[in-house]
Design a binder for this molecule. Structure first.
Ligand code: NAD
Ligand code: DAU
Length: 337
């Protein structure tokens, strides 16, 4: 049995990962530690509730005493760190909590991994640490880090710290850098769920700038399978890019969502650009394909359509979210638009 501390497992990617992995493997015992910030939601984990090899703990990764207690109590030998403040626009509104959770929190976990001689520490990072691309080229694992937002700089800081713990103390750190995810349970501050929900509610769709910024999209289950491959077979001290070679300008995605839901493009509203908005991300994931045999399997339009269907069928899930703290955030971010 592998005793694994999974942090941030009540968020979008972490909950999809736990539901996926517990369905598949009974050789993992998962302790899910999550602070339940605005982005954490235990409803995401209903498929895993009650399983013998699953335990949820509410708590903060910055709390060193709690982390020590959990490593001791559950004989933790493995860590998968999803916990983070994850939204770029929120980091532009206020950065402090990003550095606390994403940098200090990762430091607390790494220190515990060092003391308890962890067998693996998987740091779930992002392609945003590389900064922005021009019209061509791809991010590889050797691209220089050039993070442009408070969010991405906090993630880059955590990556460098994790690699230094490998180099200095021999902590068996693995780092993954994935592109933009989409799928069920994504908090509706992110592009795809926000546009789906606004379309369903006949609200304006706020497209930043000229709508031509490009992101490289991957279905969340493909990301989770890549994380499983890195966790099982990755080489400590290595970085693995994860992506599905699916670049798309934002406006194209917004139009696909409108088409799928049978609504007019008149709902689109071009709004003021995001500060410091990265123009283009595109990932070269040939290393993980070659070395670990992982490849994405989901086709974009089909998985997007499945995702839209999930939001249509799970209105209660997002209605509870958009009637809470989200309203305040939405007003600050988008004004009365
Ligand atoms: P999310 O915002 O949906 O979830 C983050 C989770 O972490 C929430 O459940 C939250 O409660 C928890 N959390 C935050 N601070 C915490 C703390 N101090 N202690 C304990 N728990 C805390 O994020 P997500 O989109 O699921 O992203 C998960 C990870 O994947 C992040 O590290 C993010 O940087 C990375 N990532 C995300 C994407 C993407 O497209 N969403 C792509 C690549 C990498
Ligand atoms: O690349 C991986 C990253 O992807 C992750 O590390 C981050 O955690 C995740 O939030 C995501 O960051 P982005 O900033 O790329 O995602 P977001 O969904 O916020 O925005 C995607 C694109 O859509 C971006 O170019 C900004 C644009 N956008 C976004 C919103 C919310 C709009 O035009 N309008 C919007 O209202």
């Amino acid at each position: 049995m592998k005793n694994i501390l999974v942090t941030g497992g009540a968020g979008f990617i972490g909950s999809n990962f736990i539901n996926y992995i517990l369905d598949k493997r009974d050789d993992y015992f998962i302790v899910n530690l999550d602070k339940l910030t605005y982005a954490g939601n235990l409803e995401n984990l209903i498929p895993s509730e009650g399983k013998k090899n699953y335990q949820f703990i509410r708590g903060d990764i910055c709390n060193a005493e709690l982390i020590d207690y959990l490593f001791n109590k559950y004989k933790i030998k493995f860590v998968i760190n999803f916990a983070a403040e994850s939204h770029v626009d929120r980091s532009i509104l206020g950065s402090e909590v990003f550095f606390r959770s994403n940098v200090i929190g990762t430091n607390v976990l790494l220190e515990a991994a060092r003391r308890y001689e962890s067998e693996k520490f998987l740091q779930v990072s992002t392609d945003e640490v590389y900064g922005s691309l021009g019209t061509d080229g791809l991010f590889t694992e050797t691209t220089l880090l050039h993070p442009n937002s408070p969010y991405s700089s906090s993630k880059a800081g955590a990556d460098l710290m994790a690699l230094s713990f490998h180099h200095t103390y021999g902590v068996p750190v693995l780092i993954t850098r994935c592109s933009n995810n989409y799928g069920p349970y994504q908090f509706p501050e992110k592009l795809i769920p926000l546009m789906i929900i606004n379309t369903l509610n006949d609200k304006k769709l706020p497209v930043y700038g000229d709508g031509q910024n490009v992101r490289d999209w991957i279905y969340v289950i493909d990301h989770n399978k890549a994380l499983e491959a890195v966790f099982e077979k990755g080489k400590p001290g290595e970085v693995y890019n994860i992506g599905a070679s699916n670049e798309m300008p934002n406006i194209k995605i917004v139009k696909l969502i409108l088409k799928e839901l049978g609504k007019s493009e008149g709902l689109i509203k071009y709004v003021k650009d995001r500060l410091g908005h990265d123009r283009r991300y595109a990932i070269d994931s040939s290393k993980i394909a070659k070395e670990l045999g992982w490849k994405p399997v989901f086709e974009f339009e089909e998985a997007l359509s499945h995702t839209i269907k999930w939001y249509v069928e799970n209105k209660n899930w997002w209605n509870r979210i958009i009637s809470g703290e989200y309203q305040k955030y939405y007003r600050v971010q988008y004004g009365s638009r």
